[in-house]
Design a protein around this ligand. Sequence first.
Ligand SMILES: C[S@@+](CC[C@H](N)C(=O)[O-])C[C@H]1O[C@@H](n2cnc3c(N)ncnc32)[C@H](O)[C@@H]1O
Length: 228
Amino acid sequence: MIQRLLPPRLEAAVSFVRPHSVTADVGTDHGLLATALIQRGICPHVWASDLRKGPLSRAQKRVEELGLQQQIDLCLCPGLEKLPLEDIGDVVIAGMGPEVIASILQDALPGLTSRHRLILQPMAKPEILRLWLAEHGFRLVAERLCRDSGKLYAVLVAEPGQMPIPSAAECLTGILTQGDPLLKDWCAKESARLRREAAGLEKGGLTEKAAQLRALAQTVEAKGEAAR
Ligand SMILES: C[S@@+](CC[C@H](N)C(=O)[O-])C[C@H]1O[C@@H](n2cnc3c(N)ncnc32)[C@H](O)[C@@H]1O
């Protein structure tokens, strides 16, 4: 089978996987990321998990078609529950909501050590994960914004360590996103969202909260204007 180009959000995630690292692909679904990591020679072995039988059998079909059964282990389980974290280096969790990603990490927390790198691609609200990471003993080592089918996404890369708790504006715009070619567009999207929320609050009479959101929108806009 010909190697497929991945959607931009998965290409961005793959670009942060450390070469030679045994990697977990949590929520593998179609198995595109897991198989690409092997086909491209980035990883010697991948552990791919999914909560549901249907998606996991899709991944299994792809793995078998490509003859990669020796290099990819498939696991029907929530998150990292049945994966051997002690053998794994990089953990990719892509294509899920930030709350689900945080809860997968929360459950795996006792087994996550300095050997692990987290590569996270939430479908929305990465600010939830930036805060979660800072509050749970992780530091961001890289971030990238990407556009996929017209929508903007953030990919966060974190390792165990300390970082200061980010401000609300940093959570929204990223901590390591300076110089990202999409930062200006990202800030425009986020400030528009904040202003819409503020308008809704204003209508409901919550003027103080609305003013706070508008002030945050202004900070985000200023960061966007400063971006190249
Ligand atoms: C939208 S798909 C994303 C697939 C792929 N990772 C991607 O980014 O294209 C989300 C997948 O995650 C699985 N999933 C959701 N919650 C999960 C959990 N707690 N543990 C493992 N898999 C989960 C779903 O069954 C589904 O197959």
